[in-house]
Design a protein around this ligand. Structure first.
Ligand code: 6GU
Length: 225
């Protein structure tokens, strides 16, 4: 898979892809992440990528020209399955959408800023608009990192058995059960006996029950309640 991210702040996106699982996925050749500085596509002498909005009002709007040249340059080199715009008024990201996107070959992610992009960018280029939740971030970069992380970890070969996505919270619409490691007793707070029993059938049943209990308590919406 190839992910091209268009942003005015590429430095905000370097560290998320330079460590841990996302770095390993790239090192293994399972995903390519390319950052594009929108300013490089500005044609005016101040390298501006935004302008005042027609009709007046506070806040700048991201101009269509640099975005169009960047997307068109990428599109000349390969075809894209989705051109995603990160915006607080987009579809809320859920695991199912990450699962779908992880099956694609090439995607572009455009990070919104200021008051957003000129509406014609959305009409002419964008195939999907995604938000990561009902709160406002200063820009789409952190949201793009969240989206990319949730997609990349699902690409076959990225996770090993230990980190398998199959047992993640949400993958089966259930939250994960509690987990423990040494010591067995921390100041009188003990690890549940069943986890020390060596009886894998019992342990599996315990984990399923705890996952269900936790989901019912914290996220009944996931159970359709
Ligand atoms: Cl995608 N962008 C911004 N600016 N804020 C957000 C968001 C995106 N998703 C949730 N909040």
């Amino acid at each position: 898979m190839r992910i091209d991210i268009i942003t005015v702040l590429p430095e905000l996106l370097t560290s998320p892809f330079a460590a841990s699982i996302l770095k390993r996925a790239q090192d293994k050749g399972l995903v390519e992440v390319h950052l594009h500085n929108l300013r490089d596509y500005s044609t005016n002498k101040h390298k501006n990528v935004d302008d005042y909005q027609y009709g007046g009002g506070a806040g700048m709007v991201m101009s269509i020209e640099p975005i169009a040249s960047c997307i068109e340059k990428l599109h000349d080199e390969r075809s894209y399955d989705e051109i995603i715009y990160m915006t607080p008024d987009g579809e809320i990201l859920e695991q199912g959408l990450s699962n779908q996107l992880s099956l694609l070959e090439n995607i572009i992610i455009l990070c919104g800023h200021y008051k957003g992009v000129d509406e014609r960018v959305r009409e002419l280029f964008i195939t999907r608009e995604i938000s990561i939740g009902s709160y406002v971030l200063s820009g789409g970069e952190l949201a793009a990192a969240v989206l990319a992380d949730s997609i990349i970890r699902l690409i076959p070969g990225v996770l090993n058995d230990e980190t398998s996505a199959l047992t993640d919270s949400f993958q089966d619409n259930l939250l994960s059960p509690p987990v423990y490691t040494r010591p067995r007793d921390f100041r009188g707070h003990k690890v549940p006996d069943v986890l020390l029993s060596g009886n894998f059938k019992l342990i599996e049943a315990y984990r399923e029950e705890e996952a269900y209990k936790r989901t019912k308590e914290r996220r009944p919406d996931l159970l359709g309640e």
